[in-house]
Write a protein that binds this ligand. Structure first.
Ligand SMILES: Nc1ccn([C@@H]2O[C@H](COP(=O)(O)O)[C@@H](O)[C@H]2O)c(=O)n1
Ligand SMILES: C[C@@]1(CO)OP(=O)(O)OP(=O)(O)OC[C@H]1O
Length: 160
């Protein structure tokens, strides 16, 4: 039964002062930002990994190495667009994605509609196929100490 495939993604980035905070394709206003080789958009990275995993196409770091200067500071929306091309070249379309952002502060709920509309445009899928949720970790661990952000995503793709 090859019609449907699922995949999951998990990623972590450090949060530090003096960095921009890109999340879900948009820039948030906060005293800290995410550190990475790219723009460190953790939500986009887990979506990429979930999609690549579902299609059995390795992971984001395999396709876009964090040692390659070509990807230094790159807008993760460009990476997501390329991942969508790989998924579609392999004969798949996206059913839906469901993601969770783990972040102590700031609250991201007010920004979720904008993230969804941005990602829907980049991925060329309906907003109704994109779920974004958020949770704190109740002040526990690296997320709770505001040292980092993590995210999870599952994706369902189907062969067209
Ligand atoms: N960075 C975050 C974290 C959470 N939320 C929203 O707040 C609700 C309560 O969070 P708990 O960790 O206490 O469960 C959660 O359901 C999210 O809707 C948020 O917007 N931004
Ligand atoms: C996106 C890439 C590529 O620039 O860099 P980072 O922003 O460091 O992100 P990460 O999720 O750690 O790894 C994937 C990398 O290949």
């Amino acid at each position: 039964m090859n019609a449907f495939k699922i995949g999951m993604g998990y990623d972590v980035h450090q949060l530090k002062e003096g960095y921009d905070f890109w999340l879900g394709g948009i820039k948030l206003e906060h005293e800290k930002g995410a550190v990475g080789h790219s723009d460190a958009d953790v939500l986009i990275h887990v979506i990429c990994d979930a999609l690549l995993g579902a299609a059995n196409l390795r992971d984001i770091g395999y396709h876009f190495s964090d040692k390659d200067p070509q990807f230094k500071g790159i807008d993760s929306k460009i990476l997501l667009k390329e991942v969508m091309e790989k998924i579609r070249e392999a004969g798949f379309e996206v059913g839906n994605i469901d993601s969770t952002i783990c972040l102590q502060v700031p609250k991201v709920n007010p920004h979720i509609p904008t993230m969804k509309s941005c990602l829907a445009e980049v991925m060329n899928i309906p907003e109704s196929s994109i779920s974004i949720k958020a949770t704190t970790t109740e002040w526990l661990g690296f997320v709770g100490r505001e040292e980092g952000i993590s995210a999870y995503c599952v994706a369902l793709i189907y062969h067209v």
